[in-house]
Design a protein around this ligand. Structure first.
Ligand SMILES: Nc1ncnc2c1ncn2[C@@H]1O[C@H](COP(=O)(O)OP(=O)(O)OP(=O)(O)O)[C@@H](O)[C@H]1O
Ligand SMILES: [Mg+2]
Length: 623
């Protein structure tokens, strides 16, 4: 009985003291700690108190017999192993006891071998039951854990599905990436400082994340993202620096680029996450899952974003900084400005008053490499000669009466930037010489100074005067003219680009309305504007609109709100200079407006062919 652990409890129930004594001794030798009871009732009592796993009971006893004991014991404990002792040849009782869940029986007189075998079997069964119990517990534990994991996964899956659904409903790309950043951070322990998405060609990033001034960086990041090929990557600090990602030095050790892959395995972009913390592996996986779930929606948003940006570019062609214009003449000017801005050449802006000469000069400056430097305006018509030279070149203390302090001129103040000489045609002849020198050598003397001052300034001049005529008259130096005339920009008068009127009016109304709803302009008012010939050009238009804006009601600008002179002007100008052509032009515009721009219908109404209508539109500059 080697397997028996010493001290293991065993209860023997028998009414014969001699049998009890014999078994106690024998079982003690086997290492059991033997409990005894002289009757069935006592046996049950002992069992309740001591809970031995194994019981040997006699079957024939006065009072409660062995079969009864078995039944009671089984009720108390389904686990307990029971061996019954039957009289020799008491086969029927033995069978009954087995039916009452005894595990074995031995005959009287008890033989050692029979007892040992019975004990061994019982022990094996106890051991087996214990193993089954342990196994069941283990299984139960595993099932519990698996259930918990499953419900955790289910919850996460629910979260994912919800996020996927929400993402599909987000209209813009920008909102989508904000949404993703927020979801990654709230559902995992990861920080997500940036979502980077490839453009549809895959050669750069899209939207606010690709800094358009840094296309190289954008292309570098695009290469890195495509290189992920489904796997994530921990970024080195050199890589971070190279691609200028917005991560604080403290976080640099744990920046991971997580790909955003579609189901088909295409990489749409990547999320930058800071992976620190304990569950990072699981978190990264979850974030990856989340990203792949929204990849399709993100790609759709990218395509939409690109379409919108293309449309915006088309619309913005009408806008060139602060300059508005769609007319061919303006387009040419915008192109010219873009081209000359890059060089440092002197520019001469010509054009009638109010055509936007100063605006054009500012645009050249804005687009040039000097844009961070100053843009200084000198109104040359505003000063007599000495004062003008003082303004331009500055003066030393005592250079003239009243020069109490030394003062820098505008040339010096414009250092590193642009000096705009407005009304340059009005510069007096003696000052023209000094200006020419300054332009040629980029140096000059302050008034009253012997020392030469050198400057790095780009000069843009403007005038409404006809400089060639001034040269003939002897009021403008030819050499200065050629010096300034390196690149001329000739601003067209408004009457030559009347098709831009609605655009300009809309622009001014928008500016005047501030943030509130834009006031509209009625057709009759527009007609008055079209009929005018705008000698004061855009400034005049701006003033007229401002006037009407103040006077008009909430339902917009009507003809009566416009300055009175515009109505009168029309009458006089129509009869005199413009004559028949003007009347024809107005009529064509009116019919076109009535036909809502439908040219076929308008031609039919005007009783002319479509090609004649097109010719007239060109002739009258109607677009
Ligand atoms: N293309 C344009 N789009 C929008 N506004 C314009 C445009 N051109 C001129 N303006 C506006 O018209 C006004 C006159 O422009 P600007 O002062 O540039 O003209 P200018 O030719 O310099 O006039 P002047 O000869 O009288 O000095 C400004 O308020 C300017 O903002
Ligand atoms: Mg001006």
């Amino acid at each position: 009985m080697g397997q028996t652990q010493p001290g293991k409890k065993l209860l023997v129930i028998d009414d014969e003291p001699s049998t009890l004594k014999m078994l106690r001794r024998l079982l003690g030798v086997y290492g059991y700690s033997v409990l005894t009871a002289g009757s069935g009732e006592e046996g049950l009592e002992v069992f309740r108190n001591e809970r031995p796993p194994l019981i040997i009971t006699d079957i024939r006893m006065p009072g409660m017999d062995g079969i009864e004991v078995l039944r009671h014991l089984r009720e108390i404990s389904p686990e307990v192993e029971m061996i019954v002792i039957t009289g020799h040849g008491d086969m029927e009782l033995a069978v009954r006891s087995l039916r009452n869940s005894a595990s074995d029986f031995i005959n009287k007189p008890i033989r050692r071998e029979a007892l040992e075998i019975a004990l061994q079997r019982a022990e094996e069964k106890i051991e087996l039951k214990r193993k089954i119990r342990d196994h069941a517990q283990e299984l139960e534990y595993r099932v519990e854990k698996a259930t918990a994991d499953l419900s955790h996964q289910c919850r996460r899956l629910e979260v994912l599905l919800k996020i996927g659904k929400q993402a599909g409903e987000i209209p813009t790309y920008g909102k989508m990436s904000e949404f993703l950043q927020e979801k990654i951070e709230s559902t995992t322990g990861l920080k997500c400082p940036r979502i980077m998405v490839l453009n549809s060609i895959g050669d750069g990033l899209i939207g606010g994340h690709s800094n358009s001034r840094q296309p190289k960086v954008s292309a570098l990041v695009a290469e890195m993202i495509k290189g992920l090929r489904g796997g994530r990557q921990l970024l080195t600090s050199q890589e971070l620096e190279k691609i200028q990602l917005p991560v604080e030095a403290a976080d640099q050790k744990s920046v991971v680029m997580l790909p955003i892959d579609t189901e088909e395995g295409d990489t749409v972009g990547a999320a930058l996450v800071l992976a620190s913390g304990e569950r990072q592996e699981e978190d990264l996986k979850f974030a990856g899952l989340l990203l792949s779930l929204v990849a399709g929606a993100l790609r759709r948003a990218v395509v939409q974003e690109e379409e919108i940006s293309n449309l915006r570019q088309i619309v913005e062609k009408e806008k060139f900084g602060n300059m508005i214009g769609r007319h061919e003449k303006m387009r040419r000017i915008f192109n010219l400005i873009s081209n000359v801005a890059a060089s440092d050449a002197t520019v001469l802006v010509l054009g009638e008053s109010g055509t936007g000469k100063e605006l054009a000069a500012r645009r050249v400056h804005e687009l040039s490499s000097r844009s961070t430097g100053p843009f200084i305006v000198l109104d040359c018509a505003a000063y007599p000669q000495t004062l003008l030279e003082g303004e331009m070149f500055g003066h030393e203390k005592g250079a003239f009466t009243g020069a109490v302090h030394a003062r820098k001129g505008l040339f010096e103040l414009a250092q590193g930037g642009t000096l705009f000489l407005d009304e340059a045609g009005d510069i007096p002849l003696p000052s023209q010489v000094k200006l020419l020198r300054a332009l040629q050598f980029k140096e000059f003397h302050r008034l009253g100074s012997e020392t030469v001052t050198r400057v790095d300034v780009r000069v843009i001049a403007a005038t409404a005067r006809d400089l060639r005529q001034e040269i003939e008259r002897g009021t403008f130096r030819e050499d200065l003219y050629y010096r300034l005339h390196v690149i001329p920009i000739i601003m067209p008068p408004l009457r030559e680009r009347l098709s831009d009127l609605p655009l300009l009016v809309s622009h001014f109304l928008e500016r005047l309305s501030g943030g509130s709803t834009k006031k509209k302009i009625h057709r009759d008012a527009m007609q008055v504007l079209f009929n005018h010939n705008w000698p004061g050009n855009i400034r005049e238009l701006e003033n007229a609109i401002e006037h009407a804006f103040i006077l008009c009601g909430t339902d917009g600008i009507k003809a009566a709100d416009l300055p009175a002179y515009l109505h009168e002007y029309r009458k006089s100008s129509r009869s005199a200079s413009d004559g028949l052509e003007h009347v024809e032009r107005s009529h064509v515009i009116k019919v076109l407006q009535e036909c809502r721009g439908n040219k076929i219908m308008a031609a039919r109404r005007l009783k002319i062919s479509r090609s004649t209508l097109y010719r007239k539109l060109g002739q009258f500059d109607i677009q």
